[in-house]
Design a protein around this ligand. Structure first.
Ligand code: CA
Length: 228
């Protein structure tokens, strides 16, 4: 059975492009051009994934994120021409899984959909506890971090921060989420902690900390552990 994907997008060209390229990947693609149409479709049938534009003729896509999250845990990917960081944070906090800024490549959209599906996936899927990429090998159960076969020594806080990113590998994690999960809910404004510890982690993990390969910055929003 094909996975059902609902694309909510009012731009005809982008909608057609997503429909054809995602169908080729085996998704059963349905499209809606407005919030009201999307709402009607969601009542009729629950899709497996929603790809959502923000600027829609009858309102803001954010309203749909809130509506979907009241009842469903399915992955929601935002595609938007908007660049404001505050906007992205608002969306992620409202329950969106990830966002892509237009213009984007379909390959990137597919990669993000797969990551979001893996994380939301089935409730039975085991939590992510291992991560391997380009000589970096992390095993959370063993508490080991290896770089090209050599064990790295991390402080407890560095390890906690890295572990949080491993559990969301491939997805952006907001500053607020990281500060809350690693230091505690009362530390969500202490972004300087994050900058300091991220710099320390990069110094240990990255070949060139100024051009990170693993610990990627999402400017103004958060960090993402690269998975490819
Ligand atoms: Ca639009």
């Amino acid at each position: 059975m094909n996975l059902r994907l609902l694309v909510v997008e009012d731009d005809r060209e982008i909608r057609a492009m997503m429909q054809s390229s995602l169908s080729v990947e085996g998704f059963e693609v349905q499209t809606a051009v407005s919030l009201s149409e999307a709402r009607a479709m969601l009542q009729h049938r629950t899709p497996d994934v929603v790809v959502l534009d923000l600027g829609l003729p009858d309102g803001d896509g954010l309203a749909l994120v809130a509506l979907i999250r009241q009842r469903h845990s399915l992955p929601i990917l935002i595609v938007s021409a908007r660049h404001q960081e505050a906007e992205k944070i608002r969306l992620l906090d409202a329950g969106a899984d990830d966002y892509l800024t237009k213009p984007f490549h379909v390959g990137e959209l597919l990669a993000r959909i797969r990551v979001a599906m893996r994380h939301r996936g089935t409730a039975l899927a085991p939590a992510v506890t291992e991560h391997r990429l380009d000589g970096l090998s992390i095993d959370l159960a063993q508490r080991s971090v290896m770089l090209h076969g050599r064990a790295l020594h991390l402080t407890p806080t560095e390890f906690k921060l890295l572990a949080r990113l491993v559990r969301s590998a491939g997805r952006v994690v907001t500053h607020r989420q990281l500060l809350s999960d690693v230091w505690g809910p009362e530390f969500t404004e202490h972004t300087h902690y994050l900058r300091l510890y991220m710099a320390q982690l990069r110094a240990k993990i990255e070949a060139d900390p100024a051009e990170p390969r693993h610990l990627l910055t999402e400017t103004g929003v958060g960090y993402r552990l690269a998975t490819a």
